[in-house]
Design a binder for this molecule. Structure first.
Ligand code: ADP
Ligand code: MG
Length: 650
């Protein structure tokens, strides 16, 4: 190698303080060669740790240049610095800085995860290192179950995991008893003998005596730099950095697995909090999925009702359209139109209708009812089935017969308890009519119908009851196999020709179906949009808890960064956690919605909830997106933490 391994040139580290900026390092120039063992001594506050952090690329100089193996570090991005830390440096801290919820082996493996080493190689190497350090029976102990000396040996193993070409030990014996301290120094000397470059911070001169070069600091400056002992050990074998970054895909998979595992730990260690956080997502997703399922169910129900009514029906109504105020003064829909329509081969049957309301009377019972004048075809056109009796014959219609067909509601109102109304005579206002048939109960698409309906021949209605010579509407049934749309076009042409102008509009059940479809879709969308608001609120809850999680785990983030985690690794870890929370919330929400669909039929029988695959897929997508969206800010906050500051946080 050309030149020193680590080279500082006029490096200062300046902290902004309230008044005068504070120079923790003051224009330090220093070369450290590969294979050296250097001790840095000095009183507390003299800048030793600051220097150490700069050497390890955890911190960057405010002024001056720092070169690692001849490469300037000033222009390096955070991730490039992370790569240097990962592949060249190994940190040993006074207070070990192990992750408390991972066991010894898992702690040791972290640097290798970020370097992308395969799992099998990682396990093998961590076992090998821990065994070499006398911890083969402590592989699966957590830091809390280990003594200080053992924890420090675990952190040595971690420093060596990716090669540990340069070991930076900041007061490694500071928290250890003297015996463990001795062992630790023996270990560092052994590593030095094996070719590792060692930089050691201590305030203990006895510890420093183990080094071959002692640098003394005071007030951010180097006040002495002396070699001691004659043996300037030449590195026998340079430690390789063969354990550096590995293939991109496997690396990514390994890091993602690690992030997943960490997210699992985080969620499991705060179960109640996680559940409460999820609640917003659960309710939101359950609401969206249920509303959509209900909307679908309602739509299907309406469609099937309309289909039962017959999809090939066209109504002809005077006026320009719904709510035309002049419609009542248009009297052009007359019996000859009906005859003309009936002669068309695309029309199966046609029935006029003119309606009024009337008072029904039978013996001492009265009821008001809607009275419609219709033709014999009406019942076929509208799909009414008879429960009893018969309908009028064409001859009876021609003869203005005083006959009436009543519906089931009327039958039960006027003839309660009687075996059959057929054959009885009722008074329609003052017109006596004989009941000849009773229709079956029929649900309209819009729910249950309590109205009373009776039907008399339209001729009788025109001539005997209402005294009008025109119809309120004509309803036709299109011949089976005939296209609804062209039938509608043809009859419009026919009637326009007959009337001289188009003074009517048509309404086919086809169009109604389309309108209803559109309406229910709009309604569903609207309610779902409201439900989405609760999802957003849930997302904000997730963001909140993620921010808490980040600040709680700042120290952990610092440790991960020190062993070489990229910003993207930290970001990914917290994003995955947020997404996981939201996805679990989403899954629970879908489950809750399913529960609702089980309970719902107990209260409402006419509509069943219809789950569609796309509502489930969009719920899952939605919760993932919410996780990413609301996890982003906290995750970015975590990723942008300053490693040194994060490490010093507890
Ligand atoms: P040592 O490790 O030698 O005890 P440090 O390197 O930790 O000393 O600190 C050197 C000086 O820099 C101390 O006076 C300390 O108060 C100051 N210092 C360290 N970190 C910061 C910081 N983040 N902000 C302001 N001053 C700091
Ligand atoms: Mg210190």
């Amino acid at each position: 190698m050309i030149g020193p391994l680590l080279k500082l040139r006029d490096v200062s580290r300046i902290y902004p303080t309230g008044g005068e900026p504070f120079r923790a390092l003051d224009r330090i120039s220093l070369n450290i060669d590969a294979g050296e063992m250097v001790a840095i001594i000095g009183p507390s506050g003299s800048g030793k740790s600051t220097l150490m952090n700069v050497l390890g690329c955890l911190d960057t100089p405010s002024e001056g240049d720092y070169f690692v193996a001849g490469q300037p570090t000033a222009s390096l991005a955070p991730d490039a610095l992370a790569q240097l830390r990962r592949n060249h440096f190994g940190f040993i801290f006074q207070r070990y800085h192990l992750l408390p919820h991972l066991d010894a082996a898992q702690n040791v493996e972290i640097p290798a995860i970020y370097a992308g080493t395969s799992a099998s190689l990682r396990h093998e190497r961590s076992q090998h290192l821990l065994t070499r350090l006398g911890l083969d029976d402590r592989l699966h102990h957590r830091p809390g179950q280990l003594s200080g000396g053992q924890q420090q040996r675990v952190s040595v193993a971690r420093a060596l995991m990716n090669g540990g070409q340069v070991i930076l030990a900041d007061e490694p014996t500071g928290a250890l008893d003297s015996k463990s301290g001795e062992e630790m120094m023996g270990l560092l000397k052994e590593l030095h003998a094996n070719g590792h470059t060692i930089v050691l911070v201590t305030h203990d001169s006895q510890v420093a005596a183990h080094a071959e070069r002692i640098i003394e600091m005071r007030d951010g400056r180097i006040v002495a730099d002396r070699a001691q002992g004659s043996t300037n050990t030449v590195a026998t074998d340079q430690p390789s950095t063969a354990h550096g970054d590995k293939g991109a895909w496997r690396a990514l998979a390994g890091r993602t697995m690690e992030a997943l595992r960490m997210a699992g730990f985080a969620m499991a260690s705060h179960r109640m909090r996680t559940l409460l956080t999820m609640l917003g997502i659960i309710i939101g997703i359950a609401a969206v999925v249920s509303v959509v399922a209900l909307g679908q169910g309602a739509q299907q129900k309406i469609i099937s009702d309309i289909n039962a009514m017959g999809t090939n029906i066209i109504s002809i109504i005077p006026g320009k359209g719904w709510g035309d105020s002049r419609a009542s003064s248009i009297h052009t829909l007359v019996p000859s139109d009906l005859d003309a329509l009936r002669q068309q081969d695309y029309i199966d049957s046609a029935s006029p209708s003119l309606s009024t309301s009337g008072l029904l009377r039978y013996r001492n019972r009265t009821a008001s009812s809607s009275v419609s004048g219709v033709s014999e075809d009406f019942f076929r056109v509208r799909g009414y089935e008879l429960e009893q009796g018969r309908i009028f014959s064409p001859a009876e219609v021609r003869q203005l017969a005083q006959l009436v067909v009543i519906d089931a509601n009327t039958a039960s109102t006027l003839f309660p308890g009687e075996s059959s109304p057929v054959g009885q005579v009722i008074l329609l206002d003052s017109l006596p009519c004989r009941v000849i048939g009773v229709t079956q109960k029929k649900d309209s698409p819009f729910g249950h119908n309590d109205n009373l309906n009776v039907w008399i021949p339209y001729t009788s209605a025109m001539g005997r009851l209402i005294g009008q010579s025109y119809f309120n509407s004509i309803t036709v049934r299109v011949t089976d196999g005939y296209d609804n749309e062209s039938a509608e076009k043809n009859l419009t042409q026919l009637l326009t020709r007959r009337h001289g102008s188009k003074d009517f509009y048509t309404n086919s059940s086809d169009t109604i179906l389309k309108t209803i479809n559109k309406t229910t879709s709009t309604m569903t969308l609207l309610i779902a949009a409201i439900a989405v608001i609760s999802l957003v609120v849930g997302g904000i809850g997730v963001m909140n808890i993620m921010l808490v999680s980040v600040s709680e785990r700042t120290h952990e983030i610092g440790i991960r960064m020190a062993v070489g985690a990229r910003q993207s690794d930290i970001m990914q870890q917290f994003l995955i956690e947020a997404v996981l929370v939201c996805l679990m919330g989403g899954a629970l929400g879908i489950g809750l919605s399913y529960l609702v669909s089980l309970i719902f039929p107990l209260f409402v029988t006419s509509i069943t909830m219809q789950f569609t695959w796309w509502s489930i897929v969009s719920a899952v997508t939605c919760s993932t997106l919410i996780g990413i969206l609301f996890g982003f800010l906290p995750a970015r906050n975590a990723a942008r933490l300053d490693p040194v500051e994060a490490l010093s946080r507890d």
